[in-house]
Ligand binder design. Structure first.
Ligand code: PLP
Length: 397
């Protein structure tokens, strides 16, 4: 459940936005780069015979280079999509379909976003054999676990770079290295990691990587998939057909304003990353220390150090209901992932790290971002502590 964006207990004041893992506001600089392509530069990027098309085509080229530069790959290795959900589908189903009807085994973990877990279910329906690994209580899988799950016909391992609910980072480098030595392909969903932690595909042994515009202050409805083109090139079967765009892998007229938006957003995020991550890590840790120190029943979900700079997830022992029903108002944050919240079920991620259902329900995710100030985090701490004090006897403040 998320707080309503407009009113708060009858007042017109908006809550403090702390849901940056769900989505981010559009950067004004991104908007101003996009605007000409929503107005006068409306050309189709595939129109090669006039200046309208040329302008659109050049803008797409520039954005492809911006994304490629940010992650250390070649522009030709970037395919535009509608977001990380589509990128994950393209990578996993596209690869599975290119192997079938040969025996095909694929591996993932049980804390993945539904945009991977449900894709694995679909791959199974298509005839693939799937393994969904359990994570440890900090939300990680180990290299040894992946090695133990491999079969002679394992074609792909897909593990997220950073978890959207608890912020945990998997040991992607070590797992990728091991898979590379065994010639098994490795896909990572980097929707949450992009722009927050360094990604350099010149050294990171990853074959396919999913990205999303709206998690990095870019527009919604646009994303990208990196597909390694060398040693050896990866062949995917397209999910849809009907044109030659993106080498026939993703046909359909390109979303030029969106592509310009994600290109600019990635560029800005890369430039700001070091400074912003340091700032947010400090604020995140202040909040974590304060909550854990002052609420005896509070538990931090996820890894204590191997986590996103902008994420703090807490469960509260002794709380009997949803935190928002218990009066945590004034903060726009999530009680699970935005996607899970809509279903009303306890989060599959929180239960996967071993929390019982009641604890999974008494969980909040605080997602920090560019607009988050020191004062916001102080207020968030005040409100969380006040809610705990009011609703249980476990707080010692
Ligand atoms: C880890 C992860 N993967 C995939 C997605 C889906 O991304 P998109 O909204 O771009 O399809 C999200 C968004 O919540 C996410 O956090």
């Amino acid at each position: 459940m998320t707080t309503t964006p407009t009113t708060l207990n009858g007042s017109m004041e908006k809550p403090i936005y702390l849901d940056y893992n769900a989505t981010t506001p559009l950067d004004p600089e991104v908007l101003s780069e996009m605007l000409p392509f929503l107005k006068e530069e409306f050309g189709n990027a595939s129109s090669s015979s006039h200046p309208y098309g040329w302008a659109a085509n050049m803008a797409v080229k520039k954005a492809r280079k911006q994304v490629a530069d940010a992650i250390g790959c070649e522009p030709k290795e970037i395919i535009w999509t509608s977001g990380a959900t589509e990128s994950n589908n393209m990578a996993i189903i596209g690869l599975v379909r290119s192997f079938l009807p040969e025996k095909t085994h694929i591996i993932t973990a049980n804390t993945e976003h539904k945009a991977v877990l449900q894709v694995f279910e679909m791959a199974e329906e298509l005839g693939a054999e799937i393994t969904v690994l359990p994570v440890n209580e900090q939300g990680q899988v180990s290299v040894e676990q992946v090695v133990a799950a491999l079969k002679p016909h394992t074609r792909l391992v897909s593990l997220m770079m950073a978890n959207n609910e608890i912020g945990t980072l998997h040991p992607i480098f070590e797992i990728g290295k091991m898979l590379q030595e065994k010639n098994i392909l490795f896909h990572t969903d980097a929707a949450q990691a992009l722009g927050k932690i360094p990604i350099d595909l010149k050294t990171l042994p990853v074959d396919m990587l999913s990205m999303s515009g709206h998690k990095i202050y870019g527009p919604k409805g646009v994303g990208a998939l990196y597909i390694r083109k060398q040693n050896p090139p990866i062949t995917l079967k397209p999910l849809i057909c009907g044109g030659e765009q993106e080498g026939g892998l993703r046909p359909g007229t390109l979303n030029v304003p969106g592509i310009v938006g994600i290109g600019t957003a990635v560029d800005i995020a890369s430039k700001k990353m070091t400074e912003e991550s340091t700032r947010l890590t400090k604020l995140r840790d202040q909040l974590i220390t304060r909550v854990l120190k002052n609420c005896r029943g509070a538990i931090l979900n996820g890894h204590p150090t191997e986590r996103l700079p902008n994420n703090a997830s807490f469960s509260f022992e002794g709380l009997s209901a949803d935190v928002f029903a218990l009066g945590l108002s004034g903060l726009a944050l999530s009680s699970g992932s935005a996607c899970t919240s809509a279903s009303g079920k306890p989060s599959h991620v929180i239960t996967a790290i071993g929390r019982p259902e009641c604890l999974a329900r008494a969980t909040i995710r605080v997602g920090l971002g560019r607009m988050t100030t020191d004062k916001d985090i102080e207020t968030a701490g005040d409100k969380i502590l006040a809610m705990i004090e009011k609703n249980s006897k476990i707080s010692n403040i």
